[in-house]
Ligand binder design. Sequence first.
Ligand SMILES: Nc1ncnc2c1ncn2[C@@H]1O[C@H](COP(=O)(O)OP(=O)(O)OP(=O)(O)O)[C@@H](O)[C@H]1O
Length: 603
Amino acid sequence: MKPILLYFKKLHVFAGARLYVNMLLGLLISFFDSLGILLILPMLSLIGFADSTVTQLPIISDLLKPLVSLPASLSLPLVLGLYVTILTLTGLLQRNQSVVSVGIHQGFIRFLRLDTYRTLIESDWSFFLKKRSSDFQHILTSELARVSQGTQLFLSLVQALIFTVIQIALAFLLSPILTVMVLVSGLLLAAFARRFVGRAKQLGNRTSELSQNYFLGINEHFHGMKEMKSNRMEQSHLNWFQELCVRMEQNMVQFTRLQATTQVYYRLASAALIAVFVYVSLQVFHVQTGQMLLIVLILGRLWPRFSSIQSNVEQIYSSIPAFNSVMKLKAECEAARELNLQSQALQNIEPLPLEEALECRNVYFRYNRNEGTCALRNINLRIPSGSLTAIVGKSGAGKSTLIDMLMGMIQPERGEVVVDGKQLTPERLTAFRASVSYVSQDPFLFHATIRENMLLVKPEATETEIWDALRFSASDEFVQQLPQGLDTVLGDRGIRLSGGERQRIVLARAILRQPSILILDEATSALDLENEAKIRTAIDQLKGKMTIIVIAHRLSTIRNADQVLVMEQGELIQQGGYQQLSSDSKGRFSKLLHMQADQTLQP
Ligand SMILES: Nc1ncnc2c1ncn2[C@@H]1O[C@H](COP(=O)(O)OP(=O)(O)OP(=O)(O)O)[C@@H](O)[C@H]1O
């Protein structure tokens, strides 16, 4: 229950006074509902269906007192009118409560989604490296929906308890002994049903686990659709999917069976109890018929409440695993927090441009601190401001890791990253990141127009600035030829660009931001020679205006680099000017150059 109470506290903070208005409405509804029941007996008595003992009942006699002085022809219409008024009032209150309740519920879902998503994106990059993206999707969709449902159920549980307490109080006024008898039976039944609650939690755990697998599976399948189709793996994927769906179905059926079973127990118990109750009341306590009728009426309405409270509790317990997974994710995010998007200070942070040099001093890094292998080992380098630096090396040598380190996306385990002579501390990170533009190996564009994609990084950019950036990346011509030019929608249901075209648009977007440091991770690998040459020339022209760091597989593209860093197995094994390194025939760089030359010459 602890996680639920925590979320209920959040609900309390979120809804504030509305929560109490909602409860007050519930209280009034229960009160009028009870009043409606109480009026049934005077009505029956006035019509002549019940004996005179009814009118002597404790509360009923009070209710009837003002009516006694009236002529008989007036009292019945008055009671009937009162009855209709009470039911109408209850209906109106119920309507208002539904509106208030749905407002609280929907608002709370929005609040939870936003709160979880914000905490997620405030985490640092290392956190995302350790996690599966499908787990985020699972928590943000399925688990959050269960959390919000659980909170809603908790709210209705509180409501049902208020109703029950009022009805019990009413029954107690009419007959304390009988009410205590019913209550003791109810408590015994609840104690017996406890094991069902435990089972409900178990099934809830399984629901979480299965839906996590479901998200992971479909995510992988749709990402790898091309591999799946080209390798004829459709059948094995379908088999996996089918098996999981069957398990999910069985889990839900088991939960429904559990709920149905407890409901049957409650129904049987209520029938048995009412029978015992009527027998004992009449034979042992010699209760008056009118009183008997009224108590049965109240209890008849109370028992379904007991069983719905039980069903609520089972559902709440089955959603506890979802509460736990959201809370676990939030705790992990908070431990990895690098930003506070709600802080006012963040809005006023100015970019920190590179004035002198970006350096690594004795930097070590491991992705997994429990393993011995270092992705970066004893890295010492200096990248002067305004220079063009190329990082080369075999696949897996540590080039991308080094770039992540230079951008402050990951933190050194030992050593330090230094910007203009000062350590890149978490406090300076946001300002530093604001002056870096990065183009990855796998360029990403949103499903939106080209203009929207460009404006994301610089909302105030003018049309001329956008076209200048596109010209820089040699993409102006093909964008002009698109049906709607800059307003062409990209992505799934828009124009699909080739890999090279995407790279060029993303490069234009990076340039539009006018960064102090431009980082290109194989950003021209998908381009044809002609476009690559154009971009190379454009980048060369940027030398001196901004600091450029490129990872290049095609070594011919980095001839104009001021400095080349050669990586191998996480170490920086060579560094120097292009000419200097290529003339060192024993060095790793000249070997890489020869290997590429041989590959190019091969038929
Ligand atoms: N998220 C990660 N978790 C664990 N290990 C990782 C992760 N990313 C990279 N590595 C490991 O770190 C090492 C360096 O990887 P990195 O991606 O930096 O190499 P690279 O030189 O950029 O390779 P490529 O040219 O193929 O992109 C590799 O051994 C890789 O397996």
